[in-house]
Design a binder for this molecule. Structure first.
Ligand code: ZN
Length: 398
């Protein structure tokens, strides 16, 4: 038995819309599945990949609210996710990053030149030109198929036990050791997408799971072998989860000797191709959450895939906050429209009175926001109880 290569990589981030803006809007990847965390229906699980949603191209995200703990990248994690781009497309990506104000570094590892950059939530990525891998025909927001990301090139692994991780990759997963230098050992699989694992030989320090860090890396296995893999690692003394049905694949999870969470995922059945690329993609409801659909739809913020010109922060965290934000944005747009028009022509009586109504609404919104902020402020009193600041200070409403 041996693994076929990298199947998918799953990471923890914050805002779901910021995540989509970056991976679809900037990197031009296709949102291949919008679903929920199988263990928590209040959290999205977003899958991005190439046009055919192939394993070896799937990067997945759990976007948590902004209050979720921040992670720390270190030993026992994937430190860098590498994506392959067509030969000759590197200049396109440098220009694109410059236009979006995304900083990058150029580094070399085993004679491959990588363009390293960080996503809005701290996930480190890199691009490398290669002839390997099928062309990705998906085109979006200025990323055409001649420059599109094809899938994973590989991943850089940080380990708290380099010898243990080396033996795990070589003797257990049966990857091939192909190159080694002072800093890295490179392992290779048979698959074109998600072909390499570069193991870093030094310590990166302690890691902490949280937003801005990779949660796990999955390697593909034959569907008929998943039970045998489970038995194999159990006999070696590993703590393995039961075989979980993830709908698009079946999985087992455990930690390798260097601390990284490993998933072995079956290459079949795969992502069904029923998910057309929509402005607002359809939510795939995990079967065990189907009874919660209406609750989920009233609470979770809507997500949009749209061409963007710049990256931005979004202040809302749920549907209610989104609707307030959206109404306020529309109000601002109308006020700005009148401001522009009044410079080039005289506004009519109706327009002037409409503008006045809008201005009053705007001011009321601002006061409302201020009041909400005060309402949510609380301080500890002399008895150690948390007291609402507004009540304590007696701020008046009007
Ligand atoms: Zn996974």
């Amino acid at each position: 038995m041996k693994v076929t290569g990298i199947h998918h990589i799953s990471t923890i981030v914050w805002h779901a819309q910021e995540n989509i803006d970056f991976y679809a809007g900037v990197l031009g990847l296709k949102l291949i599945k919008k679903t929920l965390n199988f263990d928590d229906h209040q959290v999205y699980h977003l899958y991005f990949g190439n046009d055919d949603a192939q394993t070896g191209s799937a990067i997945t995200f759990f976007p948590w609210p902004n209050t979720y703990k921040e992670g720390m990248v270190g030993d026992g994690q994937v430190g860098v996710t590498s994506y392959m781009i067509p030969v000759g497309s590197m200049d396109f990506w440098k220009d694109r990053f410059n236009n979006f104000g995304i900083k990058y570094n150029e580094i070399t590892r085993f004679n491959d030149k990588f363009l390293q950059f960080v996503d809005p939530h701290g996930i480190k990525n890199e691009l490398v030109e290669t002839d390997f891998g099928p062309m990705n025909n998906f085109e979006f927001n200025g990323v055409t198929k001649d420059v599109a990301i094809k899938g994973f090139f590989g991943a850089v692994l940080y380990s708290s036990n380099v010898l243990g991780t080396k033996s795990f990759l070589l003797d257990d997963l049966k990857l091939k050791l192909v190159e080694e230098n002072d800093l890295y050992i490179r392992f290779e699989s048979d698959q074109e997408l998600g072909r390499y694992v570069d193991l870093y030989k030094k310590s990166m320090g302690q890691s902490k799971m949280g937003a801005g860090s990779v949660h796990h890396i999955a390697f593909g296995v034959n569907e008929t072998e998943i039970e045998s893999w489970k038995t194999y690692f159990e006999e070696k003394g590993y703590h393995i989860t039961g075989v979980k049905d993830r709908k698009f694949f079946k999985s087992i999870y455990f930690r390798e000797p260097g601390g990284t969470i490993i998933e072995l995922a079956t290459n079949t059945p795969g992502f069904e191709q029923d998910s057309p690329y929509l402005e607002e993609p359809k939510l795939f409801m995990p079967p065990h959450f189907e009874n919660l659909r209406s609750e989920v739809e009233t609470k979770l913020m809507p997500l949009f895939i749209r061409p963007i010109k710049e990256l931005r922060d979004y202040p809302y965290q749920n549907k209610e906050e989104y609707l307030i934000w959206k109404a306020h944005q529309e109000l601002l747009e109308k006020i700005n429209y009148y401001a522009r028009e009044s410079k080039v022509r005289k506004l009519s009586k109706e327009e002037l009175s409409d503008r006045e109504i809008l201005r009053k609404k705007y001011l009321k919104n601002i006061r409302g926001t201020l009041e909400n902020n005060l309402n949510s402020l609380s301080v500890e009193d002399e008895n150690g109880n948390y007291v609402n600041l507004k009540k304590k200070e007696g701020i008046k409403n009007d």
